[in-house]
Every structure is written in C-alpha cells, then in structure tokens.
Design a protein around this ligand. Structure first.
Ligand code: FES
Length: 343
C-alpha cells in the first residue's frame, strides 16, 4: 500500500476523494490535491483544522496542545488534519463548505449500457463511465445528480452499485410523465449522460454493531450498494433489511437481495407491502414489522432511505418504544423532485 484514499465530506454534501501517501498528513495530501482545508498554524496549536474522522485508522502523533484538541475530543473521533497520518482509508467530515475549501462538485460523463424495466414500477439504469475518466469514487449510500438530456433539468439518484467499478447502476422509480422516466423510455445503449457527484451525507459508516436497514420503494438502491460492499468485505455483522413498498408490483430486485443471504452469514430481510388488498404475508407499514430485538439497548445503527412520511413514522416509532439507536442516518427522497435531503 503506497497511499490511502481519504474521503472529505463537506457541509454542503460534496465529497472529494484524495490520495494520501503513507506517512503523509491529511492536510498536506488535501493541499497537494488543490483542496484548501481550514488551517492556520499547521502545527497543532490553533485547532483551526479540527474535523471529525468518521471511519478509518490513523495516528495523531502527540505534537499538539490540549487547546487545539482535548483528550476527550480525540476520543470522540475529532482530529487535527495537520497532525493526522492515516494508516487506512478514512472518511473525514469537514465542518465547512466545499466552496470555502476552494473545491466543489465533480462532473463526469458516462454512456448508457443497459436500461432494464422491472414490473413497470422501476428501471435499473446501468452506465459505463468513460475510460478516459477516473472511475468515480463514492461512499456506499451516496448519490449523484444526472442531467436529463434535452430537459435542462437534473435528477438525484443513489448508486445501487458498489464503488470501484466503471459500470455504475441506479434504481429509478418509473413515474408516468416524469422527466427521467420519459427520457429512459427512449434511451438506448450508447446514449451519453452527464453526472455530478458524489453527494450526500447518507453513507455507511464503520460497521461496528448490528445494522437495521429500512428501504422505502426505490430507496432500496443505496442498500444494494452497501450490501455489496459488506459482501465484498465478508462482514459477519448482524444485518436486517426491511424493504417496504406500496403495491406488490413495486417489489423489485428481491432475488438480488436474496443472494446476500448466502453471502452474508448474519443477514436477514423482510419485504412489506402497504396495500391491504395485497396477498403478501406482511402488509402494512415498516413500523409494524420491526424486528423483536430492535431496542436491544440501542446497540444498533439505523439507516433509512425512503419518502419523508416514512422517516417521520420511524422516528415516532423509536420515540414511542423508547428505542435510542446508537445512530440514525436517513435520506428523504420524493420521486420526481430534483434534490435529496440526508442526515
Ligand atoms: Fe492549527 Fe492544525 S492548523 S492545529
């Protein structure tokens, strides 16, 4: 290993990746990549470069003063980038915008490889990123904005594929009259698309405890990306996915989820259909089908991607049942609306 990949997540949802050489400090690596992270003294004295390390292994050395970073802050995962020397890939949350750091969103182009309708409810769009471009780096769970050709508009879609491949995929809800749905109905292999990203603070953190994944409709997409990453890593962690949809025909790619049962020894999942007229064995809302051990002393990380009412319903469920998860990350999306909101 000659370098580590550092994801810098800015407050405005922009993520930039930099290569940090072995023994190099994060601040220097960012600067080498033309990203001016906040700094003043560069010497562990002022604390201006304080950020939060969300994952990864690193050394802070001991050459900084308590005024810059206290022991408690360091124990909580705060770091001084002018002192931080990674010894693995890391994810760092930077408490300012990309603009302030003189960087911004990344644009790249891709070619349509395949458009696969599923049940007339969703479309799997697979794209090949141009060979001349560096394969897009992203964190599992993040999204991009895709310009819809000829419309002057863009739409946000989470990657459903894992990072690292030139073939990237998106699971897109089919909306009659929708801008992207309309374009996809005529799209063919070889068509060109412009993308901007990766974006969003909804991404999988270090997996240190059981995961509860809650997908609403095509909110399944980011979890397919996460499951693939967990599968590649051979995760032994307990993971439960609830995939909730409105109608029977909205249940898509269930065989793809099923495949992870064989790959991940502690992975379980349940599908839920809201339509009371459905003959599906689990009807109703996601909150009616939470696993019995959800509370489990709060020893779980929860990820939810779905429409705003689903986020609110789950939050109320936790409050009403005294469930205080270690963390609750969510992404609200409304089909046919350009932007996502993540937390
Ligand atoms: Fe002053 Fe890092 S820049 S402590």
């Amino acid at each position: 290993m000659t370098s580590y990949r550092i994801a810098l997540n800015f407050e405005d949802g922009v993520t930039r990746f930099v290569e940090c050489k072995v023994g190099e400090k994060v601040l220097d690596a960012a600067f080498r990549n033309r990203i001016n992270l906040p700094m003043d003294c560069s010497d562990g004295v002022c604390g201006t470069c304080k950020c939060r390390a969300e994952s990864g292994v690193y050394d802070l050395g001991g050459d900084y003063i308590d005024d810059a970073l206290t022991e408690d802050e360091a124990a909580e995962g705060l770091v001084l980038t002018c002192q931080m020397v990674p010894s693995s890939d890391c994810v760092i949350a930077v408490p300012t915008t990309s603009l302030v750091c003189k960087t911004g969103q990344q644009k790249f182009a891709a070619t349509v490889a395949q458009v696969t309708p599923h049940n007339d409810a969703a479309i799997l769009l697979e794209l090949d990123v141009d060979a001349a471009t560096v394969a897009p780096a992203f964190l599992p769970g993040q999204y991009v904005n895709i310009d819809v050709p000829g419309s002057g508009q863009s739409r946000s879609y989470s990657f459903s594929s894992a990072p690292g491949d030139r073939r990237i995929a998106f699971l897109i809800k089919k909306i009659p009259g929708g801008t992207m749905s309309h374009w996809l109905a005529r799209a063919k292999a070889g068509d060109r698309l412009d993308l901007t990203g990766p974006l969003g603070s909804f991404y999988m953190r270090d997996v240190q405890r059981p995961l509860l994944l809650l997908a609403g409709g095509t909110g399944l997409a980011p979890f397919l990306s996460m499951l693939e990453v967990l599968g590649q890593a051979g995760s032994q962690q307990k993971i439960h996915l609830i995939y909730a949809v409105t109608r029977d025909l909205d249940l898509v790619l269930v065989d793809a989820i099923e495949a992870y049962v064989a790959r991940l020894p502690n992975f379980t999942f349940a599908t839920v259909v809201a339509d009371q007229a459905s003959s599906h064995p689990r009807r109703g809302w996601v909150t009616q089908h939470m696993p019995d051990d959800t509370a489990d002393g709060g020893n779980l990380d929860v990820y939810l991607c779905g429409p705003p009412p689903m986020v609110d319903a789950v939050r109320h469920y936790f409050d009403d049942n005294g469930v205080k998860p270690n963390s609750f990350h969510y992404e609200k999306f409304t089909p046919n609306v350009a932007l996502k909101e993540s937390a």
